[in-house]
Design a protein around this ligand. Sequence first.
Ligand code: TYD
Length: 354
Amino acid sequence: MRTVLITGAAGFIGSAMVRLLRAERPDWRLVSLDRLHGVGGSTANLEGTGGEGHRLVRGDIADEALVRELFEAEAIDTVLHLAAETHVDRSIAGPGAFVRSNVLGTWVLLEAARQVWAGDRATRFHQVSTDEVFGDRGQDSNVAHEDSAFAPRSPYAASKASADHLVRSYQHTWGLPVSFSWSCNNLGPRQHPEKLVPFCILRALSGQDLPLYGDGRQIRRWLHVEDHCRAILAVLEAPGQGLGYAVGPLDGTENLDLVRRLCSLLDLRRPAAAPHAARICHVADRPGHDRVYHTAADRIRAELGWEPRYNLDQALEQTLDWYLENPDWLARVGRGEDFRRWVEAWYAGRGGAG
Ligand code: TYD
């Protein structure tokens, strides 16, 4: 029995986490904290998760008074820290928001945990992080492990690495019970459409081309969001202090291959517009674009018995079908027009044909 503060609970991964916990840990009390500021975090993502044992609070993790008040009033004993600015392109366009949410916001949560928990060992602060903190592993795929040194290269990755360092420092200095997970790229229903897969789905469905940065040979590992959430739960429930696990499939995929697989699925669903792969084009590369992320995720398999339930094609299929079945989602979260304008401006800046 736990009382869990889930930050970023109305976002893509946060809302998947809430759904998993409501289904599999129905006796836990959940306090969902989210700014609810648009597509990233929207009450639409939490539909069906309400009821007894789940409170949704609109607010900012960087609001010290609010966070402290929640810790005390709700008797929080567990934090699942998922709130973050996550899009590398946005971090290049404006790093300040990343420092504020990812670094300052994490510090505010840690301070509340340190002060309110006051050494209570029956608590846990779980930091949800990213394989991007380990930096570009290069063409020869120089594999990172959980204890490899951080080497972030984008403002996004640097903000997450900074937050991870802070979490670690609270463990060493004050004995705060912490754990970490470093996940690869996620995909699945409700993913924010600025990310590669939903972005290509929406562009393909509206007859536009599919822009790959540079040569499209960059390598990422891809995981269904539900598999990521199951990994977080496994780490949260593992006994021990300062645990950290990389999370992901064993194999990486080139962006070009990923988008081609998506195109094959689009051909099956929308044969009149086939072949969708003919729409793939190459645009100016992202500044400082990391070629390869590769963090070996065998420790979580060996020690916690975690395995993904979905392979890449199944995850792609679920993401595509969710967008096909929810054509009004962007409009419902109230940011459809904003998003379209943002994407078009960004895309024009990247040298795309529109
Ligand atoms: P993204 O989903 O932004 O995640 P991240 O940068 O955190 O890995 O991008 C995944 C990969 O796809 C990354 O190598 C950048 C690339 N990409 C494109 O080639 N075109 C696009 O339009 C986008 C959004 C991403």
